[in-house]
Unconditional design. Sequence first.
Lengths: 382, 186
Amino acid sequence: MRVGLVCPYTWEVPGGVQQHVGDLAEALIGLGHRVSVLAPCDEGAGEALPPHVVSAGRAVPVPYNGSVARLAFGVRAAARVRRWLREGAFDVLHVHEPAAPSLSLLACWAAEGPIVATFHTSNPRSRAMAASAPALRTALEKISGRIAVSEAARRTLVEHLGGDAVLIPNGVAVHRFAAAEPLPGWPGPGGAIGFLGRLDEPRKGLRVLLEAFARLGRERPGLRLLVAGPGDAEQARAALPAGLRANLVALGRVSEADKARAYRSVDLFCAPNLGGESFGIVLTEAMSAGAPVLASDIPAFRSVLGGGRAGELFGTGDPADLAARAAALLDAPERRSGLSRAAQEAVRAYDWRTVAADVVRVYETVQPAGASAVAADGGTGG
Amino acid sequence: MAVWAAWAALGLLAVVLVSFYVSWRAGRLDRLHTRLETAWAALDAALSRRAAVVQEFSAGPWVEPASAVLLADAAGAARRAGDAGASGAERELAESDLSRTLRAVLEEPGLAADCPGGQAALREVEAAAKRVLLARRFHNDAVAHTRQARSRRLVRVLRLAGGAPLPEFFEIDDEPPRIPGSFGAL
């Protein structure tokens, strides 16, 4: 199938939508489809771009939705969209975040034929979306298959634009995590436990882990705690007994690449969250990296870990239980490698390949065999 | 004289602008109706395919006779209710019943586990059931947008929709079976 993907935000700027479009494109290509991605790109980015990405020119910073966003709009952008549509002769056009006033909206406006759209925003009180709904209606009416990446995104969409959408969550780029190198010197002879998330967000449960680490540290002076995520590391350190403070290593906010390396650097990855997680993206990433997982027993984690088969669960908010189970796991390398294998098996359900197969099913539904391909209209944009 | 000519020209311009606007609105509505037709065709095809695949599955060596009868009966009823692309309450009931039967029968652990070809056939049923969910969402989405557009005053007063009947939502239980060991969010 020839698929045209449109990303509304500048390709080189890191962001959730860009990441999603890039991963989806790679997964679709892996499934044997022909993919072209249209996105705003910085000048002179030509060589650095993957071969399937086409630049739509530079995005312009403009105030939108309460902040300054870099968007592509105007006559020249519209002309580039039309040319890309004509040259691509796609079977399906798949736009992302079409409610944002950028390339995706222009593509909806200019194209005729099977159009699929993915909605990422989950903001129940999106003033921008509410105010612009009438102006968007004509272009968005052409979309024949709508996808939301989360239940919250689906609610936002239904509230502002009516209609309905199917839910297909983000995937995990399993191979990227599985191939990462551990950080130099980790996990080290004394063993290491990992944590990822905001340090000062109580619901992420770092407190519980610190209390458990204080207990573990009494018998294992060489055990280290690797902590990645924004927040005040000194405050976290202060919660530990003086003798153990040097064993806490904080990486601060990490890049995607370093995050993958951090998961690979520990003997045991701990997710002590107290609740409020709807899916557990952190867990699926750790599982992709093959880290043995010890997580609190909240419904989202229980479901991702297959009820405890692909990772061990401990009583939510219970440092004593956490410490006991962590100690048992640290002493049982075979059990850990068993968990690691089970995790890598279970995480395949969240892999981009699986998600992309679901997306292809959407393409097939809106584009019955033999139906006409996507065309660019005459230019009046009715 | 010149004043009259100016007024006439202005009036003509107004008529042209209004007719452009009306024809644009009519074109929009026309496109919505086309989208609706395509969406219904896709849903009708997905429903027929599901019934056919289930019927085929029920005839295979991988199901014991009790399950086979349940599946064949539900698929047959759905097929008869949907003959000639009918919509309507009768078909909705039959299709919902088929969804419930599929969940009751296919969610049994160990089904078709150690029979060659069984897993592949099971996956095919699952895929057909998921297709129904997708096609119905997209169809009802198109219905919602069309109904909204047709409720506009201009559309009603000028009868821009012509004689086309107001589209109806297709309301069924389409929750696909959760088959043990299968992947994907849909």
